[in-house]
Each structure stands twice: as structure tokens, then as C-alpha cells.
Design a protein around this ligand. Sequence first.
Ligand SMILES: CC(=O)SCCNC(=O)CCNC(=O)[C@H](O)C(C)(C)COP(=O)(O)OP(=O)(O)OC[C@H]1O[C@@H](n2cnc3c(N)ncnc32)[C@H](O)[C@@H]1OP(=O)(O)O
Length: 401
Amino acid sequence: MTDFEIRLLSEGEQRATHEMLGRAFHDPRLTDEEWERLASAFPADRKFGAFDGDAVIGAASSFGTELAVPGGKAVPAAAVDGVGVRPDRTRRGVATALMHAQLRDCADRGEVVAYLRASEATIYGRFGYGVSARWKSLRIDTSHARFRDDAPAGGTVRLLEPDEAHELLPALYDRIGLHRPGMIARTERWWSWGHPRMIDEHVTAVHSGPDGDDGFVLYKPHDRRTLDRPEAGVALLAADLHAANLGALVGLWRFLLGVDLVGQVVAYRPLDEPIGLLLTDPRACEVTRLEDNTWLRVLDVPAALAARAYGQAAPVVIEFVDPLLAANSGRYRISPDGAERTGAPAGLRLGPEAFGMLYLGDRAPSLLAALGRVEVLNPAALPAADRLFETPLTPHCGTRF
Ligand SMILES: CC(=O)SCCNC(=O)CCNC(=O)[C@H](O)C(C)(C)COP(=O)(O)OP(=O)(O)OC[C@H]1O[C@@H](n2cnc3c(N)ncnc32)[C@H](O)[C@@H]1OP(=O)(O)O
């Protein structure tokens, strides 16, 4: 017996929900004016609330998008955000009830995976989410950063005024395309939610190559000068950097590292970002942190397996066990040609959390088996599964949500 009810928000309940989330995330209360500006980007649609009478004590939200998977296709995905419980009602199962309702709802909508960024790494594994992509924080000291003679030259970079950036970036992001597993489509809701403020708070630079605009970066300076270190310059945080090709990536990095009065450039990048290899002194590029970036929970196993590409190896049968979304449970034969349900005996057995960790290519099945997250029923299946699930590019989302 619970003392709360889970249901979708009704019109008119958004502001109270936003206020409740503000208490969970320690955000300041919004003025009426601030709420007016924000309201249209905080729709009731797809928001689950936990209610004690009329009072909202917990919420979980999502929006529909597309997620790039290995091989170049994209699948319908639920981008989950705004999960929070009022501080006086935590640890009584509210988030669990919200998560279960939300996962069933997203599965009913035909979405193939749910995808999120976690405030803490201890929360989401129990709901079947696994870390699907990690990122590295880079800090590049500009005084030591010289490009090698054989590094690509890159094209030209120009700064945009904020109104030009609002106009140009959505189409440029689409043009760059979902070329890396883990990237998501930026929907209208996404552009209208955090992005206007983001553009206003950052400088936007666009890269042009032989075929026109092919990359952009939003950066923001943080002043590190003090009275005893007046020479320190500023640190630039490259908060949103996307490039369609290596030339655009190098061109944007050359630009960032060449901006005057800058001592450091900091960015959160894919694990295989090659910037250090382009410098005469690769140690000028320090990895200061490596952590989980996105978490993935599969909602439709047959569709997820059918959408991605596989490496060359003998076929493997995996048995998938899903305690929450029972329709997913069963055996699947995976080969370089695709995946299908099968009655054949399984070589490996796993659940949704391990699936989330290997689906985009972040972790190898053999590592998960060694850690006890994948059960090995036939040892020959393990090296074959490693080769099938291996991906040439490390997964990376690169979009805040
Ligand atoms: C995608 C996003 O929006 S990420 C943002 C998540 N939200 C936040 O971080 C805001 C602040 N935190 C909160 O609002 C809440 O603490 C939440 C949403 C994280 C958890 O809500 P709760 O209602 O307390 O979770 P619930 O009671 O269902 O807990 C389920 C289990 O998870 C555990 N758990 C929940 N939160 C945490 C946590 N932060 N750290 C460790 N364990 C946790 C509980 O102990 C419980 O374990 P049990 O099943 O073994 O008893």
C-alpha cells in the first residue's frame, strides 16, 4: 500500500512540478516573469507525477528523439530528464514507481531505448539502465600546444552573433548528422528548452570546409587571472562541439587553441578524440577525468538488435532476461547479417543493464563476463560476441538534456 499515486500531469500542474523539481535539484524559485518565459518549454506532455492528494511529490519526464546506433541507423528513443523526488519524501519507492510507469509508457509508444544522463551513478542500474557511453574531460595548456606539421590544416572559422546562432545551429546540427553511435537528434523541444540561454551565455564559432559549414563550437571563458598570476589568461570551456569530419574537428581545435589571452581549453569529449595525437607534445592535452556520460535502458530488444550493425564473427545466441518488460525475454541469434529470435541454445545470458553497456560498443561482452555481469553458457560464444559488438567509433552523445 503506497501513500501516493502515479499519473501523467494534467494541464496546469507544470509550475508546481517545476517548483518541486527545484527543491530536489536545489535550484532557486522562479519569479512569475521567469516562469512565463520558460512555461512553453515545460509541457505537461510525457511528464509523470507522483501525487499525494493534490501535491506533487515526485516527477519523471521524457521527450521523443532518435538515437544513433552502430552502423549508421537511428532508433526511436526516449530521452529521460527531470527525475526528482521532494526531499521529504525520498527513499520510499517514489522514483521506483515513476521509473516503472515511465519505462512501460515509452515501450508502449514504440520507443526502442530509454536514454539519460544520471546525476549520480548509483541510481539507475536497478531499473535496467547501463552506462552506454563515457566521456573524457580534456584540459589543453595553450602554451605547450603546437600542431604537428602533418596535422590537417582545417578550414576557416567565423563567430556568429546570438541571433544568427539561433537561426543557423539547428540546420547545421542536422547537416553534421548522427554520425557517431550515442548521438541524438535535437528536436524542437530540445532547441527551445535549454538552448536559447546556452547560446546567449556562450560564444558561437562555426567552421567551414570545402563543402561549406561543417562544424561548430559554443565556448565560454572562465577568468583564471589573480593578482599574483596576472599572466594566467582565461580558460575556455568548449561546451558544445560538433564536427562532421576530421578537418572540421581540427579546424575548431586550432581556432580554440589560438584565441588570444587564453591559458587553457577544457572540453568533454569522446574517448577516441584524437586531439593529443595532433600536437607536437601530446602531454599538453591532459585527461583530467573520465566518467559515465549516458545510460541506456533497452525497451524493445528485437528492434534494438535488428537496428545495429555487427562485426565479422560466428553467430552467437544470447538469452535476454528482462524482469520488468517481459516481452523482451527470450533467445536471439546474432550474426554479421543481423539478429532474430531463435529457439537454439544460448551461449551467453544477460539482462538489461549489461545490454545497455555493450549495445553502443562502450564495453566488450568478455569484460562484462569477467565482472559477472554476463553469464557464459558456452565459452566459444564470448570471443565471437566481442567481435560482433565491437565498433570502430567510441559512442558519445555530445548533447546536454
Ligand atoms: C535523468 C535525471 O533526471 S537524473 C536526476 C535524478 N534526480 C536527482 O538527483 C535529484 C535529487 N534526488 C532525488 O530526487 C531522489 O533522491 C531520487 C530521484 C534520485 C531517488 O528517489 P527516491 O524516491 O528516493 O528513490 P526510491 O525510494 O525509489 O529508491 C529506490 C532504490 O534506489 C536507492 N537510491 C535512490 N536514490 C539513490 C541515490 N541517490 N543514491 C543511492 N541509492 C539511491 C534507494 O536506496 C532504493 O534502494 P532499495 O530499492 O535497495 O531500497
